[in-house]
Ligand binder design. Structure first.
Ligand code: NAD
Length: 253
């Protein structure tokens, strides 16, 4: 790694949602920057593929097959880390339904994964960092949906808004210990989550999203991973409680 502030050699990172999309890109990038990366996800096969990618590039990876909505599973996995410098809480699911058709079970499921799953990862990471006196970095995954809203986005947006609140609150509580907490709020990123499984529908959706960006295109997972690396590393040593928006410059209301 050419720039020392981005060098994570000797550090340990834990990445949830590491089996695909933004989580996989982040795990691979953090490993490339020198970190030992603990990859966690529900998807066993995807986890194996991410770990293989990391190892093929000479990095070090461990895998944890877990559900982020299970506090005990998250706790056991985090406590098994020899040390923890970086938590990247990325696992999430998409849900879309009009407000008037939203059922309690939709709301519960999305809040459980997208908010409580992030909360458990942050709590476990923070406890371990405090116990071991580590001045670590916690990075959460919010979304541009928090800024823009949009039809169907009640459950998803509410969970992501809660993630932003968690991030800002935790940053104020942990700053005195040298632990930083920041969020990344991506725009439309090409990942399995945004895959329409139909070429024409995909092109149509991406064209609409691209028109909203001054850069005239949608984003790639690797571009979000670089935002996470920035917040995870010493390059952002004086940054906490912030939201970084890799969104192609989409204008916020
Ligand atoms: P993705 O579907 O490609 O990856 C999400 C990963 O999370 C998957 O590997 C999945 O198995 C895992 N996961 C889901 N539920 C889980 C659970 N209960 N326990 C453990 N793992 C679980 O999606 P992505 O696009 O890479 O999204 C990653 C994060 O970025 C999400 O939080 C998403 O909300 C956020 N985000 C994505 C976009 C986008 O346009 N793709 C935009 C803004 C924010």
């Amino acid at each position: 790694m050419a720039v020392k502030a981005y060098d994570l050699t000797g550090r340990t990172a834990f990445v949830t949602g590491a089996a695909g999309g933004i989580g996989r890109a982040t795990a691979v990038l953090l490993a490339g920057a020198g970190a030992t990366v603990h990859c966690a996800d529900l998807d066993r096969q995807g986890l194996h593929e991410t770990a293989t990618l990391i190892k093929e590039e000479g990095g070090t990876a461990r895998t944890h097959h877990l559900d982020v909505t299970d506090r005990a599973q998250v706790g056991r996995a985090v406590k098994s880390c020899e040390r923890l410098d970086v938590m990247a809480a990325i696992a999430g699911i998409m849900h879309s339904s009009p407000v008037l058709e939203t059922r309690d079970e939709d709301l519960d499921r999305v809040l459980n994964v997208n908010f409580k799953g992030v909360l458990y990862a942050c709590q476990e990471a923070a406890r371990l960092m405090l116990d071991r006196n580590i001045r670590g970095s916690i990075v959460t995954m919010a979304s541009g949906a928090v800024d823009t809203g949009g039809p169907g986005l009640l459950c998803y947006g509410a969970a992501k808004a809660a993630v932003v609140q968690l991030t800002k609150t935790l940053a104020t509580e942990l700053g005195r210990y040298g632990i930083r907490v920041n969020a990344v709020a991506p725009g439309w990123i090409r990942t399995p989550m945004t895959d329409r499984h139909d070429e024409a529908a995909q092109a149509h959706t991406e064209a609409i999203m691209a028109r909203m960006s001054p850069l005239g295109r949608v984003g790639e997972a690797d571009e979000v991973a670089h935002a996470v690396l920035h917040l995870a590393s010493d390059a952002s040593a004086f940054t906490t409680g912030q939201i970084l928006r890799p969104n192609g410059g989409v204008a916020m209301p």
